[in-house]
Design a protein around this ligand. Structure first.
Ligand code: CDP
Ligand code: MG
Length: 435
């Protein structure tokens, strides 16, 4: 069948993405090596384009070998897996769930024809339990590897084993802000491909004094930007969770509406992972038009960390970063795991700031002092595996047939005490026995 008009419309945009120029080079590298890492600025086209190239690769391979193999691309978040699969199905001009599908917990949207599957990292791990060598796959793409989720970390360990016994599989590790040296070392000095982004300069502002109430400060800052900034462009505010986000949206909306028609229209859009998908799609809606008196209409997305790298929102020019996110922490002494609002890392702060320069030069307002940034914030967020109760991880590893936990090749090995606590717990629950 001929391609639809929509296909060609999207195609125009696809060939302008920064990754596009690297296609030849990507294939050359993929032909030569088994593992590679790829780093590219958010929005450069990694998640949507690279898996399609890999489909071309497995198609070619299948002609040569006669074996049909799939491409899997993992995402740390369900939202991202679903929305990206939808987009790529459109890009390839096929129905979602046909050649391109997704697989997240409790929802499998794939068919016999599926050749490209976006899934959460947890789902691929689950699959590995039934099929330890993941024989169905010709290429595995670990996306957003810098997030270092529990599942991604375990997958990386498994993949190292798989690569040793399956010479016909290719691994691509992708990320926006990869500590690339670390990943390259881990995968036996695999080559690194860097795609320079096309981002615009971002001016960064700190507060002169620490803020007492970051939520209040965040709302005030958004309203000020909306009223006083003279450039057109949307606002992205990072907050920590659903309740806070909904509250902020209401307050911002109310304050702006109360200011009357001298101020432009503002459309506040919440974004968090438990929001239903149809409401999540609202972040792609256009900003309200300017008023006849010239007052600028904007959209303001109030989001959790999802908007840090997983989803690209075009049109953002102002970022408000209070410097917090919800993180899991685990104390093995008292065996308590909790979700706490914690200061983010410098790497996170840099990533957040970068979101402002996607379409034109932007501004980022950090609601903390420069001193706190330089002196108090840690360089990188600790990987989840160092902050979690490992009960289910250990059980999964056992199920995967890995007996020697101590020598399992973790990128960052968890503390022995945490492993001990996990074994102890599983033993109490009679999930494992003394042997
Ligand atoms: O993964 P990466 O951050 O490198 O970028 P991507 O997710 O592949 O997105 C590349 C571009 O595709 C974005 O800049 C958007 O312009 C576009 N896109 C879109 O229009 N709608 C989507 N649902 C996803 C991406
Ligand atoms: Mg991506």
């Amino acid at each position: 069948m001929p391609y639809s008009q929509r296909y060609w419309n999207i195609y125009e945009k696809r060939i302008q993405l920064p990754v596009h120029e690297y296609k030849e080079k990507f294939f050359e590298t993929l032909d030569k090596v088994q593992c590679m890492t790829l780093v590219g600025e958010t929005g450069s086209g990694k998640t949507t384009q690279i898996p399609q190239w890999c489909v071309e690769y497995v198609r070619r391979e299948s002609i040569r070998s006669g074996m049909k193999r799939l491409v899997a691309c993992t995402q740390p978040r369900r939202v991202a897996a679903m929305s990206v699969a939808t987009r790529v199905a459109e890009e390839m001009d096929v129905g979602l769930g046909q050649e391109v599908g997704y697989s997240i917990r409790f929802e499998d949207c794939v068919s016999d024809r599926t050749i490209l599957k976006y899934c959460t990292d947890g789902m691929l791990l689950r699959e590995a339990m039934n099929c330890p060598l993941l024989d169905n796959y010709g290429v595995l793409i670990l996306d957003e590897a810098h997030e270092r989720t529990l599942a991604t970390d375990i997958l990386m360990g498994l993949i190292k084993e798989i690569v040793r016994s399956r010479h016909d599989i290719k691994i691509v590790v992708m990320s926006a802000t990869l500590d690339s040296g670390k990943f390259q070392n881990y995968f036996e000095n695999c080559p690194l491909m860097t795609v320079p982004g096309r981002t615009f300069p971002v001016e960064i502002f700190f507060t002169p004094e620490p803020e007492k109430d970051y939520l209040e400060a965040a709302i005030r800052t958004v309203v000020q930007i909306h009223c006083c900034e003279e450039t057109e462009g949307d606002i992205l505010l990072f907050l920590t969770g659903q309740e806070e986000i909904e509250e902020a949206c209401k307050k911002i909306q109310r304050q702006v509406t109360d200011m009357g028609p001298d101020v432009g229209e503002l459309k506040c859009i919440p974004l968090y992972s438990t929001l239903p998908p149809n409401l999540q799609q609202r972040i792609f809606e256009a900003a309200p038009p300017n008023r006849p008196n010239g007052a600028i209409g904007r959209k303001c997305v109030v989001s959790t960390n999802i908007a840090e790298t997983s989803l690209t929102i075009d049109g953002v020019v102002f970022v408000v970063d209070p410097g917090f996110s919800k993180q899991k922490v685990y104390n093995p002494r008292i065996r308590v795991e909790s979700l706490l609002v914690c200061p983010i890392s410098k790497a996170s702060a840099m990533q957040r700031a970068g979101r402002a320069g996607r379409t034109k030069p932007g501004k980022t307002f950090r609601l903390y002092t420069e001193k706190a940034y330089q002196g108090e914030m840690q360089e990188q967020t600790y990987p989840e595996i160092l902050r979690s109760n490992l009960g289910s991880v250990v059980l999964q590893l056992k199920k995967l047939g890995i007996d020697d936990l101590v020598h399992f090749d973790f990128m960052d090995p968890p503390a022995p005490e945490t492993l001990m606590r996990a074994l102890e717990l599983l033993n109490y629950l009679a999930a494992i026995n003394d042997e």
